[in-house]
Design a protein around this ligand. Structure first.
Ligand code: NAP
Length: 250
């Protein structure tokens, strides 16, 4: 039973497919949600959260901007008094072969996907420590540890592999503060983002290689975030939960 009543969650990338679904599923399970992203759609997500019975606070926040992250953490505490769940969802996955990849391409992906996860985690950590616990959920990728996926995603794979290593090691660090930190490894999820970088043929090949025979829905990842953010996962930390329709088991 997942019960997030009286919990406050901060979700990054909450204007996107998985992030918006996460905000809504957390609210359906009783949480109040701080909705952050660099896109305008956070206002609509805030309305959706409120329609599901949760209080919502929408804030523009770039995960690479340390001052902005600190401001949002402070605003969340002022509004709700605690931050119980941090869902690090914000991410980008542009494609570049190594030959065409510039140093800026590399740095941008690492900065948003890996450093952004660190920035938000380290800003929320003192709050969770002070309140005696919390749950952090990071979004990795099958490309970050399970498979190569595609030759033009080496910066992305490095960033998502970094998220997995960070999660495992930080779990040892944070356990004595009552804070769990886990990762989710999604497969191909139907958010529009894979469609933006892959051809129709590549997507169809990915679906063919997925034993359940379809892309995942954003809500199917969000449900895993809700589980790892809840007391139902009280003995789970440093784990990586694969949500991929069996893709990486073939
Ligand atoms: P999405 O719809 O593009 O959502 C990601 C959101 O993060 C977007 O709103 C994006 O804004 C935002 N964002 C980008 N840079 C940011 C920054 N610096 N600060 C704050 N927000 C920023 O993608 P998604 O499919 O939901 O993916 C969500 C997460 O799941 C990502 O970390 C992704 O790597 C991971 N993932 C996705 C899949 C999949 O198949 N969809 C598979 C494995 C892992 P813009 O639209 O302006 O970029």
């Amino acid at each position: 039973m997942i019960d997030l009543t009286n919990k406050t969650a901060l979700v990054t990338g909450a204007g996107g497919g998985i992030g918006a679904a996460t905000a809504k599923v957390l609210a359906e399970n009783g949480a109040d949600v701080v909705i952050t992203d660099i896109v305008d759609s956070i206002e609509q997500v805030a309305a959706d959260v409120e329609n599901r019975g949760g209080a919502a606070l929408a804030h523009e926040m770039d995960v690479t901007d340390e001052a902005a992250v600190d401001d949002v953490v402070e605003a969340a505490q002022t509004e709700f008094g605690s931050i119980d769940i941090l869902a690090n969802v914000a991410g980008i996955f542009p494609t570049h072969t190594l030959e065409e990849m510039t140093k800026d391409d590399w740095r941008t992906v690492i900065d948003i996907n890996l450093n952004g996860t660190f920035n938000c985690t380290s800003a929320v950590y003192p709050v969770m420590k002070e309140q005696g616990g919390g749950r952090i959920v990071n979004i990795s990728s099958a490309a970050g540890g399970q498979i190569g996926w595609s030759g033009d995603l080496s910066h992305y794979a490095a960033s998502k592999g970094g998220v997995l290593g960070f999660t495992r090691s930080a779990a040892l660090d944070l356990a004595s503060d009552g804070i769990s930190i886990n990762a989710i490894i999604p497969g191909l999820i139907d958010t529009g983002a894979p469609q933006a970088v892959a051809t129709e043929e590549e997507l169809e090949a990915g679906i063919q290689m997925t034993p359940v025979g379809r892309m995942g829905e954003p809500e199917e990842v969000a449900n895993a975030v809700a589980f790892l953010g809840s007391d139902a996962a009280s003995y789970v930390t440093g784990a990586a939960l694969v949500v991929d329709g069996g893709y990486t088991k073939v």
